[in-house]
Write a protein that binds this ligand. Structure first.
Ligand code: SF4
Ligand code: SF4
Length: 373
């Protein structure tokens, strides 16, 4: 006896015509849904790791400031130095030399970029702590207002261009303006060597202006979901561009799709997934919420492109994200590409003299760093 295919059981009335306003209401007035459990778990674990790293780093710096070496400097803190990592990456491409000043920063940046190439912008929706915070703000906003808020298209597109302008500025400054000598001097500069400690000081002694800007971004991210990620983050912009090359795509099968709009209603990037055959948008974060919430199994799947099209189940996608990122970090540790070459003794000496002008950063200009005395 032939088994009835599972899809026949859950198949709905296909291609129900709904007018524009009804679709808009379905998409924007939907209730906030529970995220994919695997993604939530990866987000929570990563957030816990980041908080632990921050605490461990603050304790270690605190000891240095009191003139003693105690505790451990967590290399993962270098993940918050993306500009330094971009400079180290270009230095690596130009000279073949893997900088040992912030090797963990370079590894984290490279793994994030690799994840963009292979797994879309999964870094944003599965790993990035700012992405996680933005998502929770967006979900709270959805619950409070009972709808998802989206700016008018002209304003949305205009603001979205800002992150590409910022990215363009950094790429221009690092890849065009800086000579190989300037790259090397920046990497070995006193400022770069203690950039992570400077960053900690920035937050420990935060100015009123900086606090106001951060507060404004939090409020804006509550009122306009993903304000920072969608409009201002150059890291995400770069990942979005790389994600175009990803061999994985969200594909909708019109033979099974019932046009229920459920996928569009949960897409945090406001992509009209229910109208596309393939999602190619650089705004797609690979969160898989659309796939997870599609009521008709094969109507929406992650598939590989090319001749051998394969469906990639969310569990496999989750495993790939974890393996690539945390596996990559494990490999970096095993191969000696994780810990800085700067000794604790050198850090101790630098922390004592950190107010010296040689640690100042030439803001807004490509600095002409000479070698240290
Ligand atoms: S299209 Fe799907 S995977 Fe991409 S961001 Fe939207 S909900 Fe997430
Ligand atoms: S969730 Fe999207 S892909 Fe799935 S049936 Fe509804 S409209 Fe079609």
């Amino acid at each position: 006896m032939e088994m009835e295919p599972r899809i026949e059981v859950i198949r709905r009335e296909p291609h129900v015509d709904i007018d524009r306003n009804e679709r808009r209401d379905l998409v924007f007035r939907s209730v906030a849904r529970r995220p994919l459990t695997a993604r939530l778990a990866v987000q929570l674990v990563t957030l816990a790791v980041v908080i632990f790293i921050g605490w461990q780093f603050a304790v270690w710096v605190g000891h240095l400031e009191q003139g003693r070496i105690a505790g451990t400097r967590p290399p993962g803190v270098e993940g918050f130095l993306p500009i330094s990592a971009l400079i180290s990456l270009r230095h690596l491409l130009v000279t073949g030399d893997f900088s040992r000043i912030h090797p963990a920063g370079l590894m984290i940046f490279s793994l994030a970029m690799l994840s963009g190439l292979l797994l879309k912008k999964a870094f944003c929706s599965w790993l990035c702590p700012i992405g996680t915070a933005s998502e929770w703000l967006a979900r709270t906003s959805h619950r409070v207002f009972g709808r998802r808020i989206k700016l008018p298209r002209w304003l949305d597109y205009t603001l979205m261009s800002l992150k590409y302008l910022l990215l363009g500025y950094f790429i221009f400054a690092v890849f065009i303006q800086m000579s190989p000598t300037q790259l090397a001097h920046f990497i070995d500069s006193p400022y770069n060597k203690v950039a992570d400690i400077m960053m900690l000081h920035f937050f420990q002694h935060i100015s009123t202006v900086a606090l106001t800007v951060i507060g404004a971004l939090v409020v804006l991210s509550f009122l306009v979901p993903y304000f920072w990620c969608r409009f201002l983050c150059p890291y995400g912009a770069l990942l979005g561009i790389l994600s175009w090359l990803s061999p994985l795509k969200i594909r909708r099968d019109t033979d099974y799709c019932t046009d229920c709009t459920g996928c569009a209603a949960v897409c945090p990037s406001f992509i009209a997934v229910d109208r596309k055959l393939t999602v190619n948008s650089p705004e797609c974060t690979g969160c898989l919420e659309c796939v997870h919430h599609c009521p008709v199994g094969p109507a929406l799947e992650v598939r590989t492109i090319g001749r051998w099209r394969r469906t990639v189940r969310p569990a496999v996608f989750a495993a790939a994200v974890v393996l690539l990122f945390y596996g990559g970090i494990g490999m970096a540790k095993l191969t000696g590409h994780w810990r800085t070459a700067i000794t604790d003794r050198e850090f101790l000496q630098r922390v004592q003299e950190i107010d010296d002008p040689k640690y100042y950063h030439a803001r807004g200009e490509v600095p002409d760093y000479g070698p240290e005395d």
